[in-house]
Design a protein around this ligand. Structure first.
Ligand SMILES: [Fe+2]
Ligand SMILES: [Fe+2]
Length: 206
């Protein structure tokens, strides 16, 4: 009975989150939140972390996002508190979810300091590497009007943000998962530049 209620509450949260994410760019939609939830569950395995806190935080972590502004962690955390109160979660869970969401982005100086917050932070970054990461990067570039390469481009975001994640992960499990996915992205950019160079050279030869 209790697990049914837990499932009902979770479904309710997903439904509300879906409404918020429907208005976001495709890099930060419900699919992103659901993948972060799966990464979170994977990273939490055997670590003694609270799976409910991670799951709820993952589902709601980007609901307050509206573009590339730096304070979305704060707006998401505020919205999450309201949603979880209305859904009937205990104050203890609500506050732990709020703290995890608040620190999933370090852009305004917040540092994750609980195990659940560290796992949410890492899970979010793992969704920005590999083929999925590239897909999200270009989806974001489309919304922001970024060119592929050059100034203020998809590649700039890759070099300045995504490359930096490798030195700022908190859990060993996340570092292990990150590495091969990151190498795939490195190869992609290498290949992209090789193709561009080939075109330039063939243009010079004609
Ligand atoms: Fe975020
Ligand atoms: Fe996110």
């Amino acid at each position: 009975m209790e697990s049914n209620t837990t499932q009902d509450n979770l479904q309710q949260v997903i439904l509300v989150a879906q409404g918020f994410y429907a208005r976001k760019d495709r890099a930060h939609d419900l699919e992103h939140a659901l993948r972060v939830r799966e990464w979170g569950k994977l990273l939490a395995e055997g670590d003694g972390a609270d799976a409910t806190v991670i799951e709820l935080a993952a589902l709601l972590h980007d609901i307050g996002r509206s573009g590339v502004e730096k304070t979305h962690a704060e707006s998401s955390a505020g919205l999450a508190v309201n949603i979880l109160h209305k859904t009937g979660y205990s104050e203890e869970i609500v506050l732990r979810v709020r703290d995890a969401i608040l620190t999933h982005s370090r852009e305004v100086g917040h540092e994750p300091n609980t195990l659940e917050a560290k796992i949410l932070y890492d899970a979010d970054k793992l969704d920005f590497v590999g083929a999925i990461g590239l897909g999200r990067l270009f989806a974001m570039g489309g919304v922001e009007g970024w060119p592929l390469v050059g100034e203020n481009s998809c590649e700039t975001f890759y070099l300045e943000k995504i490359c930096g994640y490798q030195n700022h992960l908190y859990t060993k499990a996340a570092k292990d998962h990150f590495e091969p996915l990151f190498l795939f992205m490195e190869k992609f950019w290498h290949e992209l530049h090789a193709e561009r160079l080939k075109l330039v050279l063939s243009g010079q030869a004609t």
